[in-house]
Design a protein around this ligand. Structure first.
Ligand code: SF4
Ligand code: SF4
Length: 295
């Protein structure tokens, strides 16, 4: 077995669902797309997206010795859903914050590579540094970018969370696969806020996911009226995608919500209950007050 094959086996053993390898050369093709999105101010108040532009395009500027990027996917499609009439939480946020879960597994992977396969230095990233992780996943052959700007994997659809390990070793790189959206426009047509202004371009100023999590301050009444019962995030353009119909349910125990989650009285949830129940949850990113504002 080659080093690359051995690493992929260990990635599977750690519970990841898919893995691909890309070289760490700059992502020049992404530069134009990112610049266009920023110039249109579709990043709303996420000004951090304008920072470290060079690092976003070039992984080597994040880690000097980077030769390769190991990209992993972790499925998060839950078997049990919140009742349709209750306040809705994005499905990726049902359990423990994926940043912790994936980073821990990636650190473990690096230790295993070193002890069992080959000497290797590396750094793990999970949505925590200026990394164009969807573009890297495409380069690593893990899917394509759908019209809703999500990574679409042929087996797991877009119900995946992405992590990257930048490493100093060279690997056998995977080949990108073709975009299979075809003539489908289901995600664009499903968006209640008309936030997908053209294929792969999301105007965050209108996106309910952004507005319910990241946005600080008042929310325009016209947009607030589009929230429906969405309390944290929005899965509508994900749920509309036919590639998500056959995604198997995840088996990552950290993503399983506790029993309280399904029986919560959101109207009367106190700050102290919120702190206890959502101690390690992605909901802390929005915070108690923000959830009250969205409710
Ligand atoms: S997350 Fe919701 S609001 Fe944002 S683009 Fe998708 S469907 Fe539209
Ligand atoms: S809903 Fe259709 S257009 Fe949108 S990402 Fe899925 S396949 Fe592509």
């Amino acid at each position: 077995m080659s080093v690359s094959e051995k690493i992929k086996t260990e990635v599977k053993n750690l519970g990841f669902d898919a893995c691909g390898f890309a070289d760490a050369e700059p992502l020049f093709a992404e530069e134009k797309h990112l610049k266009k999105w920023l110039n249109l101010h579709y990043n709303a108040s996420m000004v951090y997206m304008e920072n470290y532009f060079g690092k976003r395009i070039s992984p080597k500027l994040l880690y000097d010795n980077a030769n390769s990027v190991i990209v992993v996917l972790l499925n998060y499609k839950p078997e049990k859903l919140l009742p349709e009439n209750s306040p809705q939480i994005a499905k990726y946020a049902y359990g423990i914050d994926y940043h912790f879960v994936i980073k821990e597994k990636l650190r473990e992977l690096l230790a295993i590579i070193n002890s069992n396969i080959v000497a290797c230095n590396g750094v793990a990233f999970v949505d925590s540094a200026p990394v164009l992780e969807r573009a890297l996943a495409v380069k690593a052959g893990l899917g394509w970018i759908g019209k809703n700007s999500m990574l679409i994997n042929p087996k797991y659809g877009s119900y995946t969370l992405i992590g990257e390990l930048l490493v100093d070793i060279k690997l056998d790189y995977d080949k990108p696969i073709e975009n299979r959206c075809g003539n489908c426009f289901k995600c664009i047509n499903s968006c209640p806020a008309q936030a997908i202004v053209e294929p792969k371009i999301i105007n965050a100023n209108r996106c309910i996911s952004y507005l319910t999590i990241e946005h600080k301050g008042e929310i325009d009444e016209e947009l607030k009226s589009k929230f429906g019962n969405r309390l944290f995030g929005c899965d509508t353009c994900i749920d509309a995608c036919p590639y998500n119909n056959k995604t198997p349910f995840h088996y990552t125990k950290e993503f399983m919500p506790n029993e309280q989650f399904f029986a919560l009285d959101w109207q009367n949830l106190t700050q102290s209950d919120f702190n206890k129940i959502f101690k390690k949850s992605p909901l802390k990113r929005a915070g108690y007050r923000k959830l009250c504002q969205n409710n």
